[in-house]
Design a protein around this ligand. Sequence first.
Ligand code: TPP
Length: 534
Amino acid sequence: MPTIREATFELLRANGMTTIFGNPGSTELPMLAEFPEDFSYVLGLQELVVVGMADGYAQASGRPTHVNLHTAPGLGNAVGGILNAQANKSPLVITAGQQVRAQIMMEAILTNRDATLVAQPYVKWSHEPPRAQDVPGAIARAIHHASLAPKGPAFVSIPMDDWNLDADQDLLGAAIARSVAGRPAPDSAALEQLAQRLREARNPVLIAGPEIDASGGWDAAVALAEKQRLPVWASPAPAGSRLGFPEGHPHFVGILPPAIAAVSETLKEHDLALVVGSSVFPYYPYIPGPLLAHGTSLVQVTSDAGEAARAPMGEAIVGDVAFALRRLAELVPEAVARQPPVPRPQPGEPPHADPISGSEAMAALADAWPQDGIAVVEAPSSTAALRNRLRLSTPGSYYLCASGGLGFGISAAVGVQLAQRSRPVVCVLGEGSAQYGITALWTAVAYRVPVTFLVLRNEEYMILKWFAAFEQVSGTPGLELPGLDVAAVAAAYGMPARDVTDREALTEALGEAIAATDGPRLVQVRVASGMWME
Ligand SMILES: Cc1ncc(C[n+]2csc(CCOP(=O)(O)OP(=O)(O)O)c2C)c(N)n1
């Protein structure tokens, strides 16, 4: 008779989930005992980074990923990361330890009181099994919840005295034998109507969102845009967590601005806006105005019923976006009468300055950019310049946190690199953002994960200064970051780190860091104050 622990590992193995991201405490040790040789455990030093690493791994592998957390205090620390993973639609199966069943009611120390409520707003399912024998089945159910559209985290709390009890073999066998699969197909009549509207539209436009990449719809989006001569905007940047369209493609016209008035203004010449794989829209800040100009109609295609329900305007078709794009590309003819969009100009050489601007730093990054590189980005004042200068054009090449919560960058980069071992990962960070996930530098060193970290040091929270000006507030404390030396912090974690000042030295240091495959490297560069758009 297998124990609950043996049964759980068998179930995880059957689902291909042999990597566990975790931070252990006494309540998790009974689960981790006799750790099977075919499993690997990736240690993160604080729970926000544990979840962030798993988030990156899950997104870059497309697979459900197991996170194991310490009871109440660990889960509490993790909540920001779980919110991020929900926004990123990352299929995480999160387990946490719990007091022994006999001591939960008396609230002995480390009891996770109301365990299922802590992460509940940010997970698809939150559960504490009523019996030890239900633990493997609950984990199986969490795997299915996490993996079905829209993907996202699911949570199971497990009392620590469950692991050594006998499993129910019938239940286990049935749970292992089950498969739960499938992606919701959009209604075919609705797609035919949409194809008809596209064909008849005077000036249609495509807005490409992150779900295109996640669903494998990249080539179909290109085929549809080319066939219909569609200009393509990326969905607004705050939640542009993945790219939906090659940004070097002649049809790509830019990133849609994130405010209500600006969206309707930008789209006003178009009679039909087709939004694929994005919420409508991740607006921020609030700039009121018409949701759409008179004469523009909008159709959203998303696999996320919640996203469809909450859109403030337009129509929505719920279903798998890769499927929808492929079908639409088949249904529409070549729009020979339409003019193809005018390609946007290449960015010019940024002027030299001392310290260098964010644009100059991104030009250096573009010069050093490796074939097949992946960018993980948490650099608020330089994100627009990065996208404009890198113009990434292959799937799975860009990750940014969709929720705006910091602490994703360093951690997710480690997870992405572990999932995509043959592609070089470059993580671009503001020195302020870097602090929220800083302990993940240790994991990168300890597990020799060869990420290149580029830290832009402007000694401030620049983006918040920009917001202060926008919100017309002054005299705000807490926006300066003097003396924060991330290269020194990295060195303390055992990571080779360089500090450079000019563009040439930055290009050279990045080239060297990217070429290193034996472990991570960090390059820090001093940059001027400013919001860098180009
Ligand atoms: C968890 C969390 N805490 C606080 C914030 C608010 N916040 C947004 S951007 C930012 C500063 C980022 O500074 P830095 O990384 O140095 O980038 P810069 O704006 O200077 O480019 C802060 C504190 C947040 N988004 N998430």
